[in-house]
Design a binder for this molecule. Sequence first.
Ligand code: SDX
Length: 392
Amino acid sequence: KAGVITLDPGFKNTGSCESAITFLDGEKGILRYRGYSIEELAEKADFLEVVFLLIFGELPSKDELGKFKDDIKAQSEVNLDMKKVIKGFPSTAHPMGMLSSLTSALIAFNPKSVNVDSEEDMYKAMVKILAKFPTLAAWTLRRRNDQPLENRDNNLGYVESLLKMMFQKPGEEYKLNDKLVAALDRLLILHADHEQNCSTSTVRIVGSSQAGLFASISAGVSALWGPLHGGANQAVIEMLEEIKADGGDTSKFIAKAKDKEDPFRLMGFGHRVYKNFDPRAKIIKKAADEVLAELGVEDPILDIAKSLEKAALEDEYFVERKLYPNVDFYSGIIYRAMGIPTEMFTVMFAVGRLPGWIAQWREMRLGKEPIGRPRQVYIGEGLRGFKEIDNR
Ligand code: SDX
């Protein structure tokens, strides 16, 4: 098996794990889902095929994919009482905060999906969250725009219905743009799994207490929100906007990113595992040129991103630390061109990452893994006696 490493037996309940889902080689910049290269999947598969592959380990046959799509459509209805939950948020609430809460609120409307043991019940719970999550994601945008909340149009595919729920204006016909659908489908594939990253480890460790799939996914959404993780795609655009407003001078930002006093990081750069180009960043960078050209969008931010990348890759601070663009560096530029607001970028990351979280939760539950219990090295005080308050 490629890249097999041996871990000491004690690792089992520390939050680290063995997994057969995604393989990364950080030095070589390799990413594979169930043995298939990300390059081939991004080019030849569609998102629901990749969802099936990640969860069940094999690419689906035509019949299997057809049944999977039907099962998802059959569960896509979100109980309209959930509208009361989202209407409790101010329209200024960050979509990721709403999405995490809505995902948790789903439990109340699907009590049988809370803690499941049989493969049959796991399948039902997985299909339910796959079916309802895109609607909740779209509702967070509609809540911010004070637009009516509807359920998905089951005459459309998974990605098509997500775009329609996000962008349909009340009383207007929503015209699907195939290029937009194809671009989003590919972005969702590129975000679908990434072995034991922060949010996936969160899903696995919450799931290991048998809190249930929906609670684990809700925790994963919260972990993904942080700007050091999925929230970086929003922070990258905010950084590029700042550089643009500052006259487009990237050298100043490169200098800032190296200043140890300033916690500012070059957002969208660096990675705990990749010490080479993130293969997803390569694909997304190429797609950014193609999608903007196809959509007829001119965005000076793309040129600033490219000059910032060039400046960083020529700077010894970044070169010696092997800091390269990661998945978040160019993805926001495509989302922008698609008309998706910056605050929604990490929600799009979550929609893409959902199948990875589900697949990893299923693997952990089927593997009957013990509750995750990381250990520590104690560096505090030794034993000491209590002091009365008058003597302190
Ligand atoms: C994702 O884990 C995953 O797989 C995540 C992800 C996924 O698909 O799930 O790939 C998605 O989260 C991508 C990362 C998105 N985050 C960002 O783009 C935020 C900016 N990046 C950094 O915060 C940082 O690179 C991290 C958080 C991604 C990684 O942090 P590490 O592992 O602590 O970085 P490191 O140990 O490799 O750092 C080595 C050195 C340090 O300097 P020295 O102490 O050696 O002097 O490089 C420096 C770091 O300070 N460094 C940076 C930097 N990233 C690392 N300096 C400036 N800018 C940066 N972006």
